[in-house]
Ligand binder design. Structure first.
Ligand SMILES: [Zn+2]
Ligand SMILES: [Zn+2]
Length: 189
């Protein structure tokens, strides 16, 4: 499918609204229609070029809320129509970190997330306009990429909103945003 997104082509340049191709969710992934997104210092930090992990072109944005529209094979915890919050720190409930009882910084997909791709190593975003760079890949950002009308996330990177907290109860906008954080919360390998 095609959708519109604010693409960060390169560090220090303004975001540009583009039509991009979004590939459907693969195994263990979900397609989410983003209903609202926040703008965080961390997005600006990466766009500035100071973020050593920053990759371009990318669809920034990591604080948002949306509705699941499609799920890939094997997805069991959410279904189309569920309202969800994308999580830049997922919760797989199985990795060493999740089971340690000493941290909630899940490490299951951190390596690929830092590289701007899904856990299988590829991106779901492509844009013809990137041909000038020799590749039409547009990278994911912090596992979320909420500056798009549709985004693809790993199943473990969405939190289902309780049915009594649905977005439309507030005119289509999500309720109170999550507490702030800094990208430095993430530990690097
Ligand atoms: Zn943030
Ligand atoms: Zn985990």
């Amino acid at each position: 499918m095609q959708t519109r997104a604010a693409v960060a082509w390169e560090a220090g340049k303004p975001l540009s609204i583009e039509t991009i191709d979004v590939e459907g969710p693969r195994a263990g992934e979900v397609l989410v229609e983003v209903m609202a997104t926040g703008v965080c210092h961390t997005d600006a930090y990466t766009l500035s070029g100071l973020d050593s992990e920053g990759k371009f072109p990318a669809i920034l944005g990591h604080e948002g809320a949306g509705i699941v529209r499609e799920v890939g094979p094997g997805v069991t915890t959410v279904k189309p129509g569920d309202h969800v919050i994308p999580l830049y720190t997922p919760e797989c409930r199985q990795c060493k970190s999740c089971l340690s009882r000493r941290t909630n910084l899940c490490t299951a997909i951190r390596a690929t997330q830092g590289q701007g791709v899904m856990p299988d190593g590829s991106s779901r975003f492509h844009c013809e306009a990137t041909d000038r760079l020799g590749s039409n890949t547009v990278f994911h950002y912090m596992g979320c990429s909420t500056f798009a009308n549709f985004t693809v996330l790993p199943e473990i990177a969405v939190a289902k909103v309780r049915d009594d907290g649905l977005h439309q109860s507030n005119g289509g906008r999500p309720r109170q945003g999550r507490a702030g954080h800094h990208r430095s919360d993430r530990r690097r390998r």
